[in-house]
Write a protein that binds this ligand. Structure first.
Ligand SMILES: Nc1ncnc2c1ncn2[C@@H]1O[C@H](COP(=O)(O)OP(=O)(O)OP(=O)(O)O)[C@@H](O)[C@H]1O
Length: 293
């Protein structure tokens, strides 16, 4: 399976939300990373075919989305950021409802729904009303509905937003267990959520693709640029002017800072230690802001 996003742009009046975006994806789990407003949702809505691009094309195995028509839709599973559940439906009823909308074959519908309820660990809650579900249960139901048509391209927009730590772990395991022949695109601005599940990271800024690499390659980009050092309050301003600060711990008379920047910290006699970089550091390096803002 090959998905080509070919020069996609999206304009809203005078705002360019997606700007000549080009990427080729094969089966695997891709983490789409970018700060708020960078165009992730807009791009995902275009790939999910719920919104049109202003220009450009999408090709699956060489065939244009426009030519494929409803066959393209059959390839797509989509969990939008703001999925509207019918709160008074049970989980099972909701899945039957979506299965009907998606035109899932009646012969396989029942088995499919049973399998999916098992897969997302909601079997014992199948008859519970959605309004009584936790955020994590709703997200898992959201994934189940996205998988109903056995999509080859699964698009999950901020699927971990609002989940507690236990729900996050469950969610990560769920994604990791998805069959390997799918293209899974998962957006977030919470770096730690994709650090352990995505094979490839796609970084988006102001509508543009600025990086597509494996996790280790992208982390290597900031190798040698991350340091910790202990400074006095007086030195803090100099450090802040030259570096992006990823963490700061104050003790009685000193501050331990973790900094990211192109240069080695050069503050008088202060010793610094080079640190093993992580994806948070990458985010800070590219966006000049903390990942979890
Ligand atoms: N319907 C719209 N009309 C006008 N501007 C829009 C519309 N949808 C999105 N935008 C603008 O396009 C830009 C990209 O928005 P988008 O929601 O795609 O970003 P995002 O990366 O998904 O952000 P978030 O993480 O906050 O969801 C933003 O500046 C946003 O204000």
């Amino acid at each position: 399976m090959e998905l080509i996003i070919n020069n996609i742009s999206k304009k809203f009046k005078d705002k360019i939300a997606v700007d000549k975006f080009n990427i080729t994806l094969h089966s695997g789990i891709y983490g789409l990373l970018g700060p708020n407003g960078s165009g992730k949702t807009t791009l995902m809505r275009i790939i999910a075919d719920v919104s049109n691009s202003s220009s450009g094309d999408i090709l699956v195995n060489g065939e244009s989305k426009n030519k494929l028509g409803s066959n393209y839709r059959d390839l797509i599973g989509y969990l939008p950021q703001d999925i509207g559940f019918y709160r008074n439906f049970t989980a099972e009823k909701f899945l039957y409802y979506v299965a009907t909308l998606k035109g899932v074959d009646k012969e396989i519908e029942k088995n499919k729904i049973n399998d999916l309820l098992k897969f997302v660990n909601l079997e014992e809650y199948r008859n519970k009303k959605i309004r009584k579900f936790s955020g994590g249960m709703k997200q898992r139901l959201g994934i189940a509905q996205a998988l109903l048509n056995d999509p080859k391209i699964l698009i999950l927009d901020e699927p971990t937003a609002g989940l507690d730590p236990n729900e996050r772990i469950r969610f990560k395991n769920l994604i990791a267990n998805l069959s390997k022949d799918k293209i899974v695109i998962l957006s977030t601005h919470i770096v730690s959520d994709i650090e352990f599940i995505a094979n490839e990271i796609i970084v988006m800024k102001e509508g543009k693709l600025i990086e597509k690499s494996s996790l280790s390659d992208i982390i290597n980009k900031v190798r040698g640029k991350v340091h910790t050092l202990r400074i006095s309050e007086n030195d803090l301003e100099d450090i802040q002017n030259e570096f992006k600060i990823s963490s700061m711990i104050r003790t009685n008379n000193e501050i331990c800072v973790r900094v990211v920047g192109d240069n080695k910290p050069n503050i008088r006699e202060v010793k610094y230690i080079e640190e093993e970089p992580n994806l948070e550091d990458v985010f800070l390096y590219y966006f000049n802001e903390s990942a979890n803002n």
